[in-house]
Write a protein that binds this ligand. Structure first.
Ligand code: MTE
Length: 330
């Protein structure tokens, strides 16, 4: 064993007493701290640590992202394991069971892929996936995802702010809302015959919500392209809203002057409003929203976590809703 002499103390080199992987993670963390000492750096370390802990035989194409400078873009919380993020999914086009998407989404073809951007914009046009991948620098954003059903995850996404794409098409003054339409192809999606929802899956945001830098157009997670079950090749990630606001496998983005009729709002208007901001004080009509179960922490004695207002992004987004009655606009 080697010893390092350091300010009079003698202690073993860390490489001697810790397993190699842990040692390397620690070096990554120290490098990250040296690079800025910020929470962003620490969260990036946490993401890599979680990734390192998950052995992954079938890696997808690499999609690295740089550290994001967007406020709130990197929670300090430990990311959920890749295996959990990619096997416990809601993607009703492939079935309603949590395991269905991972099992059945192999039929989804994420290439070639185009996204039509239209409506109240000066420059409506279609974007090819390769063009979208190059449109803005990819960033790593570690976001909490809170599902309306009462569970949550922490996901290290790769993508860029939706605002980068929006600016390209130059919205007109009529653009008050944005509608997101996702793929509905019965040849690729076996459960489209089911009547649980009206297809295609449609979601929407108010224009200022869509332009908020936290609203992410996600192309990857854990430094790789999105697995089909998580919404390949591109989906939305709106971290302060319940997960269903973040449509998967988007094919159309339309700017309108009217609030879009979303799939969930159409199916159960008394349960799923247009805003769907995470709010522990506004219960779902059939259950409380005060607490959540963090996926991966669900052992027999695991405590539920208290759900935070706007899912913990209050500092970044509360001003968007100043003066609004959040019980009425739920
Ligand atoms: N997008 C489409 N097209 N179809 C869906 O069924 N489910 C939503 C959302 N986006 C859904 C969707 C719901 S309810 C949640 S909680 C999140 O995706 C889940 O994302 P994840 O499976 O990547 O965690």
């Amino acid at each position: 064993m080697h010893f390092l002499k350091d300010r009079g103390f003698v202690h073993p080199a860390s490489s001697e007493i810790t397993p190699r992987a842990v040692y390397e993670q620690r070096r990554t963390m120290l490098a990250a701290l040296a690079a800025g000492g910020s929470g962003l750096a620490l969260a990036a370390w946490a993401g890599r640590e979680a990734m390192a802990q998950t052995p992954r035989p079938n890696k997808l194409a690499a999609l690295p992202g740089q550290r994001s400078a967007v406020a709130g873009a990197a929670t300090m919380e430990r990311p959920t394991a890749y295996a959990d993020i990619t096997t416990y999914n809601n993607f009703y086009e492939f079935g309603t069971d949590k395991a269905d998407p991972a099992r059945a989404a192999g039929t989804l073809k994420p290439r070639p892929w185009t996204v039509a951007v239209e409506g109240a914009v000066a420059k409506p046009r279609s974007f090819d996936l390769d063009e979208l991948l190059k449109l803005a620098p990819m960033e790593e954003r570690v976001y909490r995802l809170r599902c309306v059903e009462g569970w949550s995850m922490v996901i290290p996404w790769v993508g860029y702010s939706l605002s980068a794409l929006i600016k390209r098409v130059e919205p007109t003054s009529d653009a008050k809302f944005v509608e997101f339409v996702t793929l509905a192809d019965p040849k690729q999606m076996p459960a489209l015959g089911s009547r649980v929802l009206s297809w295609p899956y449609v979601e929407g945001l108010r224009m200022d919500e869509a332009m908020n830098p936290l609203t992410l157009l996600a192309f990857g997670l854990y430094g790789e392209v999105l697995p089909n079950q998580n919404g390949a090749p591109l989906r939305l990630a709106v971290p302060w809203k319940y997960g269903f606001k973040s449509g998967k496998s988007i094919v159309k983005i339309r700017f309108t002057d009217k609030q879009p009729l979303t799939s969930w709002n159409r199916t159960a208007p008394e349960e799923y409003g247009f805003y769907s901001n995470v709010n522990p004080n506004v219960d779902h009509p059939r259950w409380s929203q005060a607490k959540e179960r963090r996926i991966g922490e669900d052992g027999l004695f695991a405590k539920k976590r208290a759900t935070q207002m706007f899912n913990g992004y209050e500092a970044q987004v509360a001003s968007l809703y100043a003066g609004m009655d959040l019980k009425k606009f739920f």
